[in-house]
Design a protein around this ligand. Structure first.
Ligand code: SF4
Length: 403
């Protein structure tokens, strides 16, 4: 079976390296200019250069978002920026504006151009036009496409298609929402979305409130999880599978990328997945989530399945991330752990190592850095020592085990 691409998000260099180690074929990042998600901790040119060099070591690639909708005053410095991206080894730019495509083709011809989901590409005619007339290399399909739409577009175009498989959704048409602009004067298409759809709303009929206090509602969408649809999408010929979330944590990036890596590799083995296997893979993916999920618009989930109708029902803080391996000590069969969340003697923990099945162990004892035994550690970033019955490596992720 042909190769496909798992495309992961990263908000900084550390998360970028984590995504690559855990199996991302490519990572998309934002520079400090011309990108949406202005609140994501965006990359300097030096960071992008380092990301490209790191990616190269692993046979991975870096894509850079240049996906703002530019107004007249937004072009200054763009040509130099694009030339620099080309020089330092960026593979592709993700673009939402025809003017930026034209400029990129002229000044940085070896950069691939991927049309952003902000362009709302929902049919093969548009995809073919963009390839033939503007020479783009890939289209990121609109998140508003159904599974059947994606299959049909991919079949009827020779350009690479990319589809979202996981992460946040806009409740409005992506890139065509001005809620944030109007309510906060922050332009959603120039990196400033205040996620106004997720705020709490009250309903009035003139001066009479129709909602009671516990009925206030939001209009946000649940996140997408396309684990159930992935096999069909791969067989349909979609080339790239995108995880959303440049503002997500390192733990989220590691666990979601690792779980989808295993699922994609299993699909590429060729034999069809059983229903039970899909359920298990989906369960594994959702261990890294802290928000409720739905199938997005792939299967036209009903309103109550796809919207976050009530506040506080959607988001829990995920305390499963226990920490990262600092060092493995072969002579004592133990490792030092950089702690993130509380860990106690007797806890069952799980180690996520790149390209390996997850492994489980029980905490038999904990020592502080001076060798004193302790029952538990609650202090983030503290270094502690724990015995382990198998070898681990620096930067492996340790989380609470949930069967
Ligand atoms: S307010 Fe909500 S729907 Fe609108 S752009 Fe922002 S996230 Fe998307």
């Amino acid at each position: 079976m042909r190769k496909v691409e798992l495309l992961a998000p990263a908000g900084d260099l550390n998360r970028c390296k984590t995504a690559i180690r855990f199996g991302a074929d490519a990572v998309y990042i934002g520079g400090q200019s011309f990108s949406l998600r202005s609140r994501a901790s965006n990359f300097t040119i030096e960071d992008i250069k380092e990301a490209c060099a790191y990616a190269k070591q692993y046979g991975s690639e870096i894509h850079v978002t240049v996906n703002m909708i530019p107004h007249e005053e937004d072009f200054e410095g763009l040509e130099t920026y694009l030339k620099t991206l080309e020089e330092i080894g960026v593979k592709a730019i993700i673009v939402a504006s025809v003017s930026i495509m034209e400029i990129a083709r002229r000044v940085a011809p070896s950069l691939e151009i991927h049309c952003s989901t902000q362009m709302s590409i929902t049919n093969a005619e548009t995809a073919n036009y963009l390839k033939e007339e503007l020479g783009v290399d890939r289209v990121v399909l609109a998140r508003e496409c159904t599974l059947e739409n994606v299959k049909k577009i991919t079949k009827n175009t020779s350009i690479q298609t990319e589809a979202f498989i996981h992460g946040g959704m806009c409740v409005n048409y992506s890139g065509r929402c001005t809620l944030s602009n109007r309510m906060t004067l922050r332009d959603a298409n120039r990196g400033g979305c205040a996620q106004s759809c997720r705020w709490e709303y009250r309903l009035f009929d003139k001066d009479t409130e129709l909602t009671k206090e516990n009925q206030w509602f939001t209009m946000g969408s649940r996140d997408l999880c396309a684990a159930n649809e992935l096999e069909e999408l791969i067989h349909a010929g979609v080339y790239s599978f995108k995880i959303e979330g440049r503002m997500k944590t390192e733990y989220y990036v590691a666990s979601i990328v690792s779980a989808y890596r295993h699922l994609i590799d299993r699909i590429l083995e060729g034999t069809p997945l059983s229903k039970e296997e899909v359920v298990e893979f989906r369960k594994e993916i959702l261990k890294g989530e802290n928000r409720s999920v739905c199938n997005g618009l792939y299967t036209n989930d009903r309103l109550e399945n796809s919207l976050i109708l009530h506040t506080n029902s959607d988001q829990d803080v995920n305390h499963d991330f226990i920490g990262k391996v600092d060092r493995y000590k072969e002579n004592t069969n133990s490792f030092t752990l950089k702690v993130r969340n509380v860990v106690k003697v007797g806890d069952t923990l799980e180690v996520l190592s790149p390209h390996q099945e997850n492994r489980i162990f029980q905490v038999e004892w904990i020592k502080d850095k001076d060798g004193a035994f302790m029952e538990e550690c609650k202090n983030p970033m503290r270094l502690i020592e724990i015995p382990i019955p198998f070898e681990v490596a620096e930067e492996d992720i340790v989380r609470r085990y949930r069967p």
